[in-house]
Design a protein around this ligand. Sequence first.
Ligand code: APR
Ligand code: PHB
Length: 395
Amino acid sequence: MAERTTVAVIGAGPAGLLIGAVLAAHAVPFVIVEHRSREHVLSRIRAGVLEQASVDVLERYGLAERLHAEGLVHGGIHLQVEGERTHVDFRALVGRTVTVYGQQQVVLDLMRHHDALGSAVHYSAEDVRPEGIDGDAPVVRFRVDGVDHELRADFVVGADGYHGVCRTLVPDGVLAPAERGYDAAWLGILADVAPSTDELIYALHPEGFAMHSMRSPTVSRLYLQVDPGEDLAQWEDDRIWAALQERLGSPGWTLTPGPITEKSITPMRSSVAATLVYGRLFLAGDAGHIVPPTGAKGLNAAIADVALLGEALAAQARGDDGPLAAYSTTALARQWKIQSFSQYMTELLHVPGPDVARDERAFDYASRVGRLRYVTGSRYAQQSLAEQYTGLAIA
Ligand code: APR
Ligand code: PHB
């Protein structure tokens, strides 16, 4: 089956679906191709904190109605060091807030938006192959229900994540990602229990980092730092709750446990491609960069990319190619600020991993306690943290 469009979008995660919404708002034709089923895309549990800048973007494209009705507006976070809890008040420090709203909910809102628009979104596409991106007539081949498709487009947007096909189309020497790993991983749980806190708690404890987040007034999301090679089978529910209570413990406060409905271990990695453009291919979201989860920047960075790229493609369709030519440079400049913040939050809150020599571990841990106490005691440091946590300007 032969089709023609202006923009072929690979991937229907938040980046792909949102760029479709931006293009639709400007009446730029697009087709989205996703290799998983709609149900699978909706079932993935990911981050849950939206920067104010991200909420503004979703609002601009008419996607914030349910977010405003059901999202939990948080005016700060709690930072904790060895049991001492300090509230970092974003409203007072920078006059901004964040909204707790699961990535799956953002994705569901986007899917409904595309349903209402009648957008072309192909789920469960097999063997997705973008070709000819270094020429001027790219084509995306794929198969749905046994039918071969040939989609011709002027531009291809790679919104297919870190493990997608689009990154692999860029020659190694051009993609040239700057990357690093961390000597820690996160064990995350979702539990059917009301959160034991009003706002998120980030805690540094000698046994490791712990965090109390949430998804709704009845669903809690919590994380524990574990070693990268940790076996999930070793973590019975009772052991998880005991470790969370110990690390998040603070005088006069108790954690209410509840039934755990999901459990997983996620490694931490940072990666930034040297360029987000190769010929007619434009990378956005996780396809271009990933961050460790501390500070919840992955989804927000994807939203910032596609707000820029969608507007740039719309300008191109009107005959102005300036914003599209500037996309990679502009998005990467912002991305490196986000990388720096995510690395800072990660190093601030985690204990050194098992490979660090014993005496260095003791030094590094004490130095992190010192750094965290500096932050909890300094309005200047808190203001900088609050500015970055609630989100830097998009362009
Ligand atoms: N062909 C088509 N689709 C693909 C392919 C492929 N070869 N490879 C991957 N995909 C799809 C995935 O199934 C997924 O639905 O691309 C989508 C990529 O979505 P995400 O991984 O969610 O990435 P992105 O949209 O950039 O969202 C940013 O924020 O919270 C963070 O990392 C988290 O997913 C999150 C991200
Ligand atoms: C989450 O709720 O999943 C979450 C919240 C804050 C973070 C990371 C993850 O920094």
